[in-house]
Design a protein around this ligand. Structure first.
Ligand SMILES: C[S@@+](CC[C@H](N)C(=O)[O-])C[C@H]1O[C@@H](n2cnc3c(N)ncnc32)[C@H](O)[C@@H]1O
Length: 213
């Protein structure tokens, strides 16, 4: 696998501090529980966590609905190993695979739900468009995509957090987020989009349904 990616916390040497940093900035276990509640997974559904990182969301999802089929995908083998260590206690059926959101090694129309938290701001604009097309391809026609990532900042706090974040994640990759362009990209990619929860530290919660072609 030769493609490059931005690892959690941007520098490999910092990745071991990722879980602690998530908690400190309010993106940790409590936040992931809220996302799992919003996702409202039904028994038997097939769910993909795109850019699953260290598995905190998979753990929250599986704790809430153990009778579903979960797949976590991430390009970084080290976070996948951390996710594997974290999961066995709570998780029902979880498959972890190494891969990139832009080129999913997964079949068409496979998932009822794709969720992605905190990864789109790591992707360049073309990568964002490719990832949206790939999510649409792997979703079943009646499936849904819950995309949680930074939107245009509405408060001083989120503007400040995003300024700090851009040091790690790169200004170019964050630009479309900060301009509030994700909903437009998703609409152009064939989804109907609704913001379904209040902003959380600058993150918007976009629930996207594939529009019939
Ligand atoms: C900020 S972390 C978020 C992890 C997790 N989703 C969470 O909310 O805790 C970003 C993750 O995106 C992954 N990532 C980076 N580029 C990616 C890509 N092209 N496709 C899929 N995942 C990617 C990184 O390896 C990292 O685990």
């Amino acid at each position: 696998m030769t493609r490059s990616y931005t690892p959690a916390l941007a520098y490999p040497v910092l990745t071991p501090l990722y879980d602690l940093t998530l908690e400190l900035f309010g993106f940790g276990a409590r936040f992931k529980d809220g996302i799992a509640r919003l996702a409202d997974v039904d028994a038997g559904e097939a769910v993909l966590d795109l850019g699953c990182g260290t598995g905190t969301l998979l753990r929250a999802l599986a704790a809430r609905q153990p009778a579903a089929h979960y797949t976590g995908l991430d390009p970084d083998p080290r976070v996948l190993a951390a996710a594997r260590r974290r999961l066995p206690a709570e998780a029902g059926e979880v498959t972890l695979i190494r891969g990139y959101a832009q080129h999913l090694p997964l079949s068409d129309s496979t998932f009822d739900l794709v969720i992605s938290t905190l990864i789109f701001h790591h992707l360049p604009d073309e990568g964002k468009r490719q990832a949206i097309a790939e999510v649409r391809r792997v979703l079943r026609p009646a499936g849904r995509f819950l995309l949680v990532d930074f939107g245009a900042p509405q408060t001083w706090t989120s503007r400040t957090l995003l300024r700090i974040g851009s040091v790690f994640d790169g200004r170019a990759n964050l630009r479309a987020n900060l301009a509030g362009a994700l909903p437009t990209m998703l609409t152009r990619g064939g989804f109907s989009v609704a913001e379904v929860a209040p902003r959380h530290r600058g993150l918007s919660h976009l629930l996207c349904q594939p529009r019939p072609t």
